[in-house]
Design a protein around this ligand. Structure first.
Ligand code: SF4
Ligand code: SF4
Length: 189
């Protein structure tokens, strides 16, 4: 008799029959119940609104960012992975802006996040006075080199649009958030 057979026969002899029945009943119960997992990537589940994906810039109704260049996010970031450049608008440039746009007195030529270092702590989101930043629900960005891991302003605005669409669907009840104590969606428009 092989060692495995010997081991198995000893194990069966020593096992308590009630334990075997208990174990088998659990197996049978889950065999016939609805699975809690899905066949990813063919089937994808919606993320909870509490999930923290890649950092996004939320666009206003003109597609521009809401950033005023205060640099608070840069200062609070514990791993120094944000790069923000701000340029104040001149009086002439401000005069040429639409009424709604006049609140924003600066342009942001550069806004970057380095995903190699970002630890998704969301401190920058919390401190931003204009709600310009949001943790998106995107976690599946595919990159083949290190340079691509630095997301620029346009890429972050695209993620912000996705985040707004997600928030709108959540607010409309199209997505069922399974997480406990989810915060209210911040951005609905
Ligand atoms: S804290 Fe907000 S407004 Fe200030 S620089 Fe960062 S993103 Fe812009
Ligand atoms: S989420 Fe945290 S680590 Fe990432 S950019 Fe914001 S403050 Fe920095």
């Amino acid at each position: 008799m092989s060692k495995l057979k010997e081991f198995l026969s000893k194990a069966v002899a020593m096992a308590d029959p009630s334990d075997l029945v208990a174990g088998a009943s659990v197996t049978i119960k889950y065999f016939f119940s609805h699975p809690v997992t899905v066949m990813y990537p063919f089937e994808k589940r919606e993320f909870s609104s509490c999930a923290k994906g890649v950092l996004a810039l939320i666009p206003d109704k003109y597609g521009d960012d809401l950033c005023i260049g205060c640099m608070q996010c840069v200062k609070i970031c514990p791993v120094d992975c944000l790069t923000v450049e701000m340029r104040k608008l001149s009086k002439e440039e401000l005069l040429g802006r639409k009424f709604e746009e006049k609140k924003k007195k600066a342009l942001i030529p550069t806004f970057e996040v380095d995903l190699q270092r970002c630890m998704l702590c969301s401190l920058c989101v919390e401190i931003c006075p204009t709600d310009a930043l949001e943790m998106s629900q995107t976690v599946t960005l595919i990159m083949t080199n290190r340079e691509d891991q630095v997301l620029d302003r346009m890429r972050m605005l695209e993620l912000g649009k996705d985040t707004q669409r997600y928030r709108n669907r959540l607010a409309a009840g199209e997505i069922e958030c399974e997480a406990i104590q989810c915060p209210e969606p911040k951005h609905k428009d």
